[in-house]
Design a protein around this ligand. Sequence first.
Ligand code: GSH
Length: 213
Amino acid sequence: MLVVHHLGISQSDRIVWLCEELAIPYELIRYERDPVTRMAPAEYRALHPFGTAPVITDGDVVLGESGAIIEYIIARYGAGRLAVKPDDPAFADYLFWFHFANGSLMPSSMLDLVVRMMGNVQAPGSLAALRERSDRAFAMIEERLGAVPWFAGAEFTAADIIMLFPLSTMRQFIPRDLTPFPHIQAYLKRVAARPAYQRAMAKADPGYSPPLE
Ligand SMILES: N[C@@H](CCC(=O)N[C@@H](CS)C(=O)NCC(=O)O)C(=O)O
């Protein structure tokens, strides 16, 4: 049985959402963050040597990393649904956005967060250039979503599932006014209207509304 270990208000909501979109059977186990450090509690850390969310277990398999888990579930339980096949014209875009989420966007956002935590120090040279990546990312995302409804193109895919977290919950920690980004705002409304997304959020984090405006 596929078990999704979800840490409250974290990137593991992606995996709950994926399972709901695929309509596959899974067991959901929730963990609360440590009330003092707001990090994963000891029981969560014990699941996997790296100890971050998400983690899934499936028989003897223990797997971490959002991207690896999404690919595993789609291949093993989703019959390839929500991925894009190599002969599809959308394949390259799918790959780009799927990997951009955790490969570039999340690291840029984390850097922003660290600079803020340090008291918004005047960022010198190379640090300032790295910080500017977040602005470039949002500008690029705005342009993309002005051209197509979903990241890979015409169809909703797993690229949307992995891209949402930095556009929604991350903005709670690193506020970003979306007024200059009408296409991102419209996209977030499209996501919010998806029944599988609504079911996933109600199960993963009851009572929490991720920023979708
Ligand atoms: N690249 C990793 C990032 C995992 C990550 O940083 N997860 C955060 C939750 S959003 C976490 O586990 N934080 C709690 C902790 O580190 O104790 C993935 O996508 O799986």
